[in-house]
Write a protein of this length. Structure first.
Length: 255
């Protein structure tokens, strides 16, 4: 039985492939290999190019704009948590492409409490997303914004950005937040600052957006359960600063 299924011994990445280009492929691969190394799974040199070409090939089968999920697991091995000394480890790569379908231009989210202890996330571990499913309690609506102890975390599938006091802010990755590739790009370009983001900021922030390597940057208009005098500005001028910077990167398509 595949170890990814039996023991969640697997990591994955999700990204767009647009006209044969991927935003921050090197960053995705680095995060993937870092996660796999925690299982003792090491990928051979040059494996990244082989997997990259395979992703591009599979994505082209569904069109010029595809959403691709790549999962690498420990593959099929013997029963038990440990392996025999003479047993070689051959990680198995799964590539799943689907044609990208744009979502609505402005998100509506509902605030939900994250019920588990927080821990630092270094990669997209399959087991972490099992916790997300448990937090959703079987809901088919994943448009949630998680908080814990009065601090904002992230949505089920994306990092969050809040504009307040002339600054774009995002919760720090030390607070159990995945260091997303788009998020890290904006931080590196000094457009966004990491800092704790209290839930009550939702009441007076000027603008909010979610970001990941599928939708890139999407504004948020309203949070269910949060009292505001008016919706957040989905055409805020400072959103343009983010999209202008990200729009210069390879493999990005906005709007």
């Amino acid at each position: 039985m595949d170890r990814g299924l039996a023991y969640a011994e697997a990591c994955f990445e999700t990204f767009r492939v647009i006209d044969g280009h991927i935003f921050d492929w090197a960053g995705h691969w680095q995060r993937l290999t870092l996660g796999l190394s925690e299982f003792g799974l090491l990928l051979s040199p040059g494996h990244d190019e082989e997997v990259l070409f395979a992703c591009l090939r599979e994505a082209a089968k569904v069109g010029n704009d595809a959403l691709v999920r790549i999962t690498i697991s420990g593959g099929e091995r013997c029963w038990g948590l440990t392996r025999r000394a003479d047993e070689s480890v051959e990680p198995v790569v799964y590539i799943q492409p689907v044609a990208y379908t744009a979502s609505q231009p402005a998100e509506f989210l509902r605030l939900v409490t994250w019920p588990f202890a927080l821990q630092k996330k270094t990669a997209k571990f399959v087991a972490d997303y099992a916790d997300t499913l448990r937090a959703l309690h079987g809901s088919t609506d994943a448009h949630v914004l998680f908080e814990q102890d009065g601090l904002l975390l992230a949505t089920a599938t994306a990092n969050i950005l809040l504009y307040r006091d002339h600054t774009w802010c995002t919760p720090p990755d030390t607070a159990g937040v995945l260091p997303g590739r788009v998020r890290n790009f904006l931080i590196r370009h000094q457009l966004v600052r990491e800092m704790p983001c209290p839930v009550n900021w939702l009441q007076d922030c000027e603008a909010m957006a979610v970001c990941n390597s599928g939708l890139f940057i999407q504004p948020v208009a309203w949070i269910d359960g949060v009292e505001r005098a008016e919706p957040m500005a989905v055409q805020h001028r400072m959103l343009r600063a983010l999209t202008d910077a990200l729009g210069t990167a390879e493999g990005v398509q906005l709007g």
